[in-house]
Every structure is written in C-alpha cells, then in structure tokens.
Design a protein around this ligand. Structure first.
Ligand SMILES: O=C(NCC(=O)N1CCC[C@H]1C(=O)O)OCc1ccccc1
Length: 706
C-alpha cells in the first residue's frame, strides 16, 4: 500500500474572519500571494510529491503514445468567407496551434494566412480572437500568452500580408467589431489596471471601458466611447449588420445584460463619447443581437421565456409594450442559437434532450420553412454572412469528430452537400456504442446522461468508469468527439459517462435555475446520483469509479468528495473554484455571483458556507477514506486563480492526509506557462491527459492495453 509524507506548510492560526457571527479561519490565506517565496516553495514541495508518483506509472509511455496517435488526425474548420476569399483553420494532427489558411476558391489547397505556431517555440501563444473588417481587407487578431485571458490585438493588411504598426494592449473579456468604413474598430479594455497584467496576477478586473480605435493610429489616441459607473460591467459593442448602429450590451455577471444603442455614421470617425439610447436598463434577462431590418432589431432572449425566443424591438420606439415575438418560445426545446443567412432567413438550432435540431425560419414572418436532417449530436458552428446565399455548418458527436456541410440557397431551393468529413486514423468507431439514459436525482428529477462503451460489454460492475460533469452557467454538455475519453473506453476497457446535471442550460433556464444560488446543492445531488445509478446498474463499482470536472466542474468534484467520499475511487479536479467565500475577490470571479451568490450577503453566505469545498473537508466515518484525488491548476490561470487549488490541497493533506485509513493519494499538479485551458498547445494537452490517466491507473490499479 502507498503512504505519503505530505508537505507541512505553515498554518496560520490567527487568520480568521467573521461572517455574520460565524468565525471562519483561513489558515492558508498566505497562499493567495502567487509571488511570495512561501507560495513558490509550497508549489515546489507539492511537485516533488506528485512528479515521482505520476512518473512511476508503468504505462506512461504507452498511454502517451496512444493519446498522441489518436489526436494525430487532420482537422479542418468550417470555411468562412471574407471579401472574396475563404478562410479555414487546419491542423495536420498534433500541431500545437491550428493554422489559418486562405483560399481563392472552396477547393484549392490554399496557402498559410496566419500560423500562430510561429509566435512561440512551445506553442504557448494562441490566436484567441479574430475579426475581419466588412470588406475583408483588414484582419484584427488577438493573441494570448501562456493561457492567460489577456489579449493583445494586432491588425493585418490582407492584401500585403503586412501588420499595421499598432498593438492594442490591456484587453480582456472583450468583443471586437468594425465600423463599416473599415477604419474604425471597437474593443473592451482595462487600460487603467495597474501592476502586473500577464495572467499570473490575481487583481480584480474592474472598470472595463469600450474604446474606438482608428486603424493605423497608436492606442494612445483611442477614444473611450462608452462608460458606465458600475465597475463590474463588461461592455459588449456590436456594429449592426447595416453599419448604422452600435449596440452596447453591458453585462455584470454571467447572465442577464442591458441593451443600449447609438446611431453611428460609417463615414465619420468618432472623437468623443457616444450618446446612448436605453432599450433595456434592468438585469432581468439575456439579450443577444441577431440582426436588424432598418430600425426593427431582433434579439434572442429568455425574457418571459425560460426556453428562449426571438423578439423584435423597434429602436425608433423601443418601449417594451411594443415588442413583438418573432419566434415564440418552444415549450420543450431550448432555442440554443441562431444565424441569419441569405438576407431573409434565420437558421435556428434547438436543443432537444441534449441533441441539436436545426431549422430555417423566415426572417420577416417567423414561419418555419425547412428542417435539416441531423444525426444525434451537436452543431459546432455555422458560418456565412447575412447577405450570402451560402453557409457552412459543422456537426460532431461522440464518435464523429467533425462533418462540414455546405448549404446553398438558389432559386428557392436549399441545396446541401457534405463539404468535408474529418477521418480519425487508428480508431474503429464501429467498436463503440453510445446511448442516452435518464436517472432520478435525490428530489426525483429525471437527469439525462450519455454513456459510451465498447460494444458487447458485460455489466458485472467490474469495469472502470469515468464520470464527467459541469453543472453551471447555463453551459450545455452536448455530444462531442473527445480523444482522451475514447482512450479510456478503448484502452482501459472503461465506461465513459457524461451527466447533464442541473445548473447547465440543457433544459433552458428551468435547468440553470435548478442549479444556482440556494439550489446549487442540486448539482452535487444530481452528480452523486449519477454515480449511484452507474453502480446500481452494474456499469462499475465505487472503487473503480473516477469523477472528473473542470472549473465550475472542479467545484462539483471537490464538493462531491467532501459529501460522499465512499462513492468514488478517484477524483480529478481541474482548475476548480474551491474557496466559495473569497472567489469574488480575484480577477473575473465577481462575475460568477449570478450563479453562486456572494458571501457578503448573509443569506447567500449561509448556503455558500454549507458546501464550499475548502470549508467542508470532513474526516470520513467508519473507515471510509477520500478517493485518490488529483487537483490540477496552472500558473497563468487568471480565470480561476491557482490559489483555490493550493489552499484546498494544503487543507486536504493536513486534515485527511495524516489519517491511517487514508491510503489513497491526495495530490496536485501545477503546470507552468499554462492557464485555464483555452488556447493550450496540443503538446501540453497530451501531457496533461497522459498524466491524469497515469494517476487514475496507479490509484485504481487499472491495466492499460494497447
Ligand atoms: O467568467 C467567465 N465565465 C465563467 C467562467 O469562466 N467560470 C464560471 C466558474 C468558473 C469558470 C469556469 O467554469 O470555467 O467569463 C469571463 C469572460 C471571458 C471572456 C469573455 C467575456 C467574459
């Protein structure tokens, strides 16, 4: 059996805080300083424990080569057209970053337009945001380094391939939008933030402003065009399809935004703050700009529509009593997203029991004109400008990486053809089967869950199982192709299960609200009942069951091992939100109040304190032990700062690690030059997935077969 002598970091007995009469100690608060010597030595001490454990896995090299060669298939994105050229991301297989190609026609092999791999040796500079000007002659592109949310924007002349000289900095959580003169450009920035701003800082991101940039000038000349008092607002700025309006959608949290607009003259530069007309001035609903016909503006909204709908607002008379529903709310299916095409058509994707359906509606009348035939899966993207009579959509599912279809609208016909199908080498998908089951949670709610396994398995409870969940922020976990999960099913002879627990948006706001605020415990109950279902149905047994989740999903994992350690053999908690009393103090954490609430409010403190992972590590009774637990974080994660994981592992090892019955490892893997996940180079993804499997294999004694 294994035993570990975990680091004994200094534990402050004086750091206490009083929340409405409850005294809460915070012995590892000093770990909140990422740059202190103490924190650095804590990180090193942890890596000295974790590194040898992971490297001792006898299957490490074969796991890595299996994951690598399954990743190594050519990838293509749906083409998008700008000006008279087509653009498409391609990856030969395991290039760290995908490369942006430009083609003159749909079927020529094209040439490299922008290769982000050229920006760094190790692929840690990613292309995080792009925006072509209306005429397609200028390409605005945002680069992010080491996985940080910070973005630097550059402008490329498409004809010459040369970059303009200016670089826009201090940009984060920003929209990008061009004036139709192809010279003016809107973006959101934190230009006043002081101190380090490279993603390793934990400074709260406050006072974002919307700026107007004139192409070819220095950022110091940029004009602050929109400003609101509230320091927590992030400004979405979108130039309308006609080019005559700027729609401004300030958002405070991660749900519900305001709507303002300004008239703009595409032929005049902007020299001062814009005059904004209010349309929505309360945070009661989401409003997402779709398009406009003159002054009639379409928005996708959940206002009085938990499953969302399309509403028309006349900006000449925006009073709510004059709003009209263009596409009514569907009582069962969620209006997930929408794309205007061919001038007069709306492509609408619904989510129906966690699978997409796709239809065409008339832009003026809202009448349905066409249904697309889709397999069980997900629409990943739809591309095509409003005035094009051609669009592309990409579709994927658990065993289908990506199928791109081209749709052409000519003389009243809708012609559709397969444009490109991604083939995965060395994977015979006919060996696997996927299904959707429904199980009951603690309160009787039916929860959907996808299950993937090899065909012909015998359900005798002996198989290892990997159960994944998220459960928050209206996020939908729909079927998608994932390499590591297929390696788990194929080479660990495992079961992969994906539980669509409450807090997500799988059944609209009813589902999101069911996992928010005082209902957050439903997420944990739903997930624990998924585990019980998999055990009762003999897919697996507790000591062969691994649970995995990231970010808000990391909170899910940590709360579940605190509440029901007996249910799980292993737990993978990636970039988790683990200190629920202090999360809102760092970077963009305050924006998550719209799911979690905040400890500064008494009622909210009470329910946060009840499940906050850092504050609920409990010594299990009757010889039960915590599952083998691996936390993962990274030094440039400025979405969920590493201090959450550092404090949690310190508390877990101190409180639980020294107990005789605790044989399972309690560890943390801290990555460098990496962040929350977006833009992570393939090499780092493969290393991380390999080491997660090494941990699980070691902890649960799982054999790996080539
Ligand atoms: O904070 C979030 N989103 C929520 C989020 O990232 N969360 C919410 C909880 C922890 C973490 C996660 O689950 O990934 O987004 C900020 C943002 C980024 C880019 C553009 C605009 C705004």
């Amino acid at each position: 059996t294994m035993s570990f002598n975990y680091p004994k970091p200094p534990r402050s007995e004086t750091c206490k805080e009083n929340f409405f009469g409850t005294e809460v100690s915070d012995p590892y608060r000093w770990l909140e300083d990422p740059d202190s010597d103490e924190t650095r030595s804590f990180v090193n001490a942890q890596n000295l424990i974790t590194r040898p454990f992971l490297d001792s896995c006898p299957y490490k090299e074969s796991i890595k080569s299996r994951i690598t060669n399954l990743w190594n298939y050519p990838k293509h994105s749906a083409p998008t057209k700008h000006g008279n050229k087509y653009y498409q991301y391609r990856n030969t297989g395991i290039q760290n970053q995908s490369v942006l190609f430009v083609q003159n026609t749909l079927f020529d092999k094209g040439e490299i337009f922008l290769d982000p791999n050229a920006f760094s040796e190790d692929g840690t500079v990613a292309l995080s945001a792009t925006c072509f000007s209306e005429d397609g002659n200028t390409f605005a592109y945002g680069l992010s380094s080491s996985g940080s949310d910070w973005v630097e924007i550059r402008f490329k002349n498409v004809i010459t391939g040369e970059d303009y000289s200016e670089i826009l900095k201090k940009i984060k959580y920003s929209s990008m939008s061009w004036m139709h003169d192809n010279k003016g450009f809107f973006y959101g920035g934190y230009l006043n933030q002081v101190g380090k701003a490279d993603g390793s800082e934990t400074t709260s991101s406050e006072n974002q402003r919307l700026y107007y940039h004139e192409l070819g000038t220095d950022q110091s000349q940029d004009v602050e065009v929109v400003e609101f008092e509230d320091k927590e607002l992030r400004m979405g700025g979108h130039v309308s399809h006609c080019g005559e309006y700027l729609i401004v959608t300030p958002i405070k949290g991660c749900k519900n935004n305001l709507v303002y607009f300004a008239r703009i003259d595409p032929n005049k530069t902007i020299t001062k703050k814009l005059e904004l007309t209010p349309v929505v001035t309360n945070f009661e609903a989401d409003y997402e700009y779709v398009t406009n016909i003159g002054s009639k503006f379409l928005f996708r909204t959940n206002k009085d529509a938990l499953n969302y709908k399309i509403v028309a607002i006349d900006f000449n008379n925006p009073v709510e009593s004059e709003w009209e529903d263009l596409i009514e709310e569907n009582p069962k299916d969620v209006l997930d997203y929408i794309h205007v095409i061919n001038n007069t058509m709306l492509v609408v994707c619904y989510l129906k029991d966690v699978k997409h359906t796709m239809h065409i509606f008339d832009l003026k009348t809202g009448i349905k004109l066409h249904d697309f035939k889709l397999d069980m899966g997900t629409i990943y993207a739809i591309t095509g400008k409003r005035y094009y009579n051609e669009m592309f959509y990409s579709f994927g599912s658990f065993l289908t990486p990506n199928k791109i279809y081209r749709v052409e609208f000519t003389d009243g016909q809708i012609k559709e053809e397969l444009y490109h199908e991604t083939k995965v080498g060395n994977l015979d998908s006919s060996m696997f089967e996927t299904k959707q089951v429904f199980y009951k949670s603690r309160d009787g709610t039916d929860i959907p869950m996808f299950i993937i396994n090899k065909k012909g398995i015998v359900r005798d409870g002996s198989m290892p199982c990997l159960l994944y969940g998220y459960g928050g922020f209206n996020v939908n976990l729909t079927p998608s192709f994932g390499v590591s999960r297929l390696v788990f099913v194929n080479n660990f002879n495992g079961i992969y299960a994906l539980a669509n627990i409450r807090g997500g948006g799988e059944y609209g706001d009813k589902w999101h609200n069911g996992g928010r605020f005082e209902n957050k415990q439903n997420c944990f109950d739903d997930f624990q009942h998924a585990a019980k279902y998999l055990i009762e149905e003999k897919y697996t047994r507790a000591d062969k069951l691994t649970i995995q989740g990231g970010s808000n999903g990391g909170l899910l994992i940590a709360a579940c091992i605190n509440q029901a350690p007996e249910l799980f053999g292993a737990a993978i908690c990636q970039v988790g939100v683990l200190d629920m009393l202090r999360y809102h103090k760092f970077t963009i954490g305050y924006a998550w109040k719209t799911d979690y609430g905040c400890s500064e409010e008494e009622e909210q403190f009470k329910y946060l304190y009840k499940y906050s992972p850092l504050h609920n590590i409990t010594i299990p009774k009757d010889g039960v032990q915590y599952p083998a637990t691996l936390l993962l974080t990274a030094d440039h994660d400025d979405r969920v700062v590493p201090l959450h994981s550092l404090k949690f592992i310190a508390e877990l090892q101190t409180k639980i690690g020294s107990f005789p019955q605790q044989k399972n490892p309690l560890m943390i893997r801290i990555e460098t030059k990496a962040g929350h996940g977006a833009g992570k180079p393939i090499a780092k993804i493969i290393d991380e997935e390999t080491e997660v499997f090494c941990f699980i294999s070691k902890a649960l004694d799982l054999p790996f077969s080539e």
